[in-house]
Design a protein around this ligand. Structure first.
Ligand code: NAD
Length: 453
């Protein structure tokens, strides 16, 4: 590891990555390489958890291409010197901020969107001009091997390399000095990463998880709300960080919500063989999720096929805050429905939990919208929509508190891997002597006049 990182540091110090044309070239290469290896990438992810070509393109590779195109279009703008005003004390001078790449970056990915969550931050690191060590999640092992193969065949190790492995390999990497660590994964591991980074004072971006609520108010467009929430909840079989974890429905529409959600699931016909549903990633997660399904509370679904690692889309009703399903992030195809009578109380209850990565509110009322958006601190979210905010590169994406720190996507990603160097540039044509010794009363008088203090 040490040698590899030294190698990258040496390359970074050649200043090649600071050249904008180099970065543009690498971004174009990444897109070309991914496109020409799509068949291999589709095959690998299907072998890992039966994710279809459609879903892999729509929720992973398509978004990576979109990110690359956005960076190609905007890189000159993001990386140029930004002039700011100069204050009177420093007159006469020019002041500006210079974005600079942080250096050697470590990107650690999660398993649930193995291409997007590894390569998305890589695009941002490339755009900013860093060198990159990528450690994809080891859990989807075929996907991890495919990323390694594709990248090692087309990029030099000193610029961009993939290290495969799990805890031991990541632990070894974390002992080294990086200039930036970008981590996507659980809050639990996020703390391990943050501690390791603190030892070296390495800046971090932590993209973590948590329980994201969705409020469904009595005045919403119910049919549309249900359609969108069913899509958002069961996409990738619920293994989505911004999935609506639990639904808070106003008591007056609870039964209609449940009936419509059941009808919507049936109409969508969500099944692995239809290409619109995936397996649970491994046996450990099947077991974990099974424990969350209280048989007494199943409104719909609840079928667990352990052998094939498939849990059918499941709705739980009459759920209370003390139920097992409400104790940790679900990260699977279980939709617990809780009812509320007073929005004030529901918001207070959500605020007693950790700050969510996302929060959604379905309503036509400006007052309800304002209350949820203003009174709950969360990473990002939607009004009358869920999940898709992460597909807009103009919206910085990230959590807050237990759901993470820092953000990326579009320019926010470029910023995550950059340092903004502040520069003051003075004229040599003349000098104002006031700051120099001797500090006389006369000079003090002039300073006070000058600044009107
Ligand atoms: P995880 O934390 O178990 O693993 C993430 C990465 O950390 C993997 O590469 C893994 O190899 C590594 N890792 C695991 N244990 C480690 C240890 N002890 N020391 C060092 N490295 C270690 O997370 P996961 O199961 O892959 O992903 C699920 C979690 O990630 C959920 O909580 C989900 O909400 C969150 N997530 C967040 C986002 C986001 O963008 N905010 C996106 C996807 C997933």
């Amino acid at each position: 590891m040490k040698e590899l990182i030294e190698h990258q540091r040496h390359f970074f110090r050649s200043h090649k990555t600071k050249d904008i044309s180099f970065r543009l070239q690498q971004l174009k290469r990444l897109k070309r390489v991914l496109k020409s290896n799509e068949a291999l990438l589709y095959e690998a992810i299907y072998a890992d958890f039966k994710k279809s070509e459609f879903d892999t393109f729509a929720t992973e590779l398509g978004l990576v291409y979109h990110d690359i195109d956005d960076a190609l279009r905007n890189l000159h703008k993001w990386s140029r010197k930004q002039h700011v005003k100069t204050n009177l004390v420093n007159f006469p001078a020019k002041s500006y901020v210079l974005p600079q790449p942080l250096g050697v970056a470590l990107v650690i990915g999660a398993w649930n969107y193995p291409y997007l969550l590894s390569l998305g931050p890589v695009v941002a690191a490339m755009a900013a001009g860093c060198t990159i060590v990528l450690k994809p999640s080891e859990i989807p092992s075929n996907t991890s091997a495919a990323i390694k193969k594709v990248i090692s065949e087309h990029f030099p190790t000193e610029y961009f390399t993939v290290v495969e492995g799990g805890i031991p390999e990541t632990t070894a990497l974390l002992k080294e000095k990086f200039d930036k660590i970008f981590f996507t994964g659980s809050t639990f591991v996020g703390k391990i990463i943050y501690k390791a980074a603190a030892e070296q004072l390495t800046p971090v971006t932590l993209e973590l998880g948590g329980k994201s609520p969705a409020f469904v108010a009595e005045d919403c467009h119910l049919k549309m709300a249900v359609k969108r929430l069913v899509w958002g909840k069961f996409l990738n079989a619920g293994q989505t960080c911004v999935s609506p974890d639990y639904i808070l429905v106003h008591r007056s529409i609870e039964q209609r919500f449940l009936a419509l959600a059941k009808a919507e699931i049936e109409q969508e016909n969500l099944r692995v063989e239809n290409g619109n549903y995936v397996q649970i990633i491994n046996d450990r997660n099947v077991e974990r999720l099974e424990k969350m399904i209280d048989p007494e509370k199943i409104y719909y679904g609840g079928d667990v096929d352990r052998e094939n690692r498939i849990i059918s889309p499941t709705i739980l009703s009459k759920v209370s805050w003390d139920d097992t399903v409400m104790q940790e992030e679900i990260f699977g195809p279980i939709m617990p429905v809780l009812v509320y009578d007073s929005l004030d109380e529901a918001v207070d209850r959500v605020n007693e939990l950790s700050k969510p990565l996302s929060c959604y509110v379905f309503t036509k009322s400006a007052k309800t919208k304002k209350k949820v958006l203003n009174e709950i601190l969360f990473g990002g979210g939607g009004v009358n929509e869920n999940v898709v905010h992460l597909a807009n590169p103009h919206l910085p994406f990230g959590g807050v508190g237990n759901s993470g720190m820092g953000s990326y996507h579009g320019e926010a990603g470029f910023r995550a891997f950059s340092h903004y160097k502040s520069i003051i540039e003075k004229t040599t044509l003349f000098e104002l002597p006031l700051k120099y010794y001797p500090h006389t009363n006369g000079k003090l008088w002039w300073i006070k006049q000058f600044f009107k203090f």
